[in-house]
Design a protein. Structure first.
Length: 165
């Protein structure tokens, strides 16, 4: 896990940026966990680590799976969101499925904008267990889970995850 240790973190203004990238070469999946508040150098360090992990995967190009947990991520600056968007939209890193664990934080709204709206194989979840179940399932219900729940009443709109109500 990488940790940023700048003065803002110690002053208590933001929790530090942390990330973990773990490739599972046997299953062709990369597990990513992001938390805290990122600066552009943090995004660049994450990008390098993800590229290294991605290169270890032995599956066919774009046949990989990715589980990205951002449930403990802070709201990010627009520059950081733009940097993450560039990384996520890299055609080399787009695989069969991307499951994003967004939790109940406001960062889920930023996560929805990372991928193009018409990209298939992307879903947002409130828990890692639900994300993994979908990621490894054989059914092709991708379109049903394309967007993160937007309100406490989301369960009424065909989204998965517990209601925040």
């Amino acid at each position: 896990m990488k940790v940023r240790t700048d003065m803002d973190t110690f002053m208590g203004l933001h929790s530090p940026a942390r990330f973990r990238v773990e490739p599972d070469t046997a299953r062709g999946v990369t597990y990513i966990t992001l938390s805290g508040f990122f600066l552009l150098p943090d995004v660049a360090a994450f990008d390098r680590e993800w590229a290294q992990a991605h290169a270890l995967l032995r599956c066919a190009p774009n046949a990989h799976l990715t589980l990205c947990d951002i449930s403990d991520m802070s709201i990010q600056s627009q520059d950081v969101v733009n940097a993450f968007t560039t990384i996520v939209r890299d055609p080399v890193r787009q695989g069969r499925r991307l499951a994003m664990v967004v939790g109940m934080s406001l960062s889920r709204h930023q996560a929805k904008r990372l991928n193009p709206p018409d990209r298939e194989g992307v879903a947002h979840f409130f828990s890692r267990a639900e994300a993994e179940a979908w990621l490894f399932s054989d059914d092709r219900t991708d379109a049903q889970y394309r967007h993160a729940p937007a309100s406490p009443m989301s369960a009424d709109h065909g989204y998965i995850g517990p209601s925040a109500a």
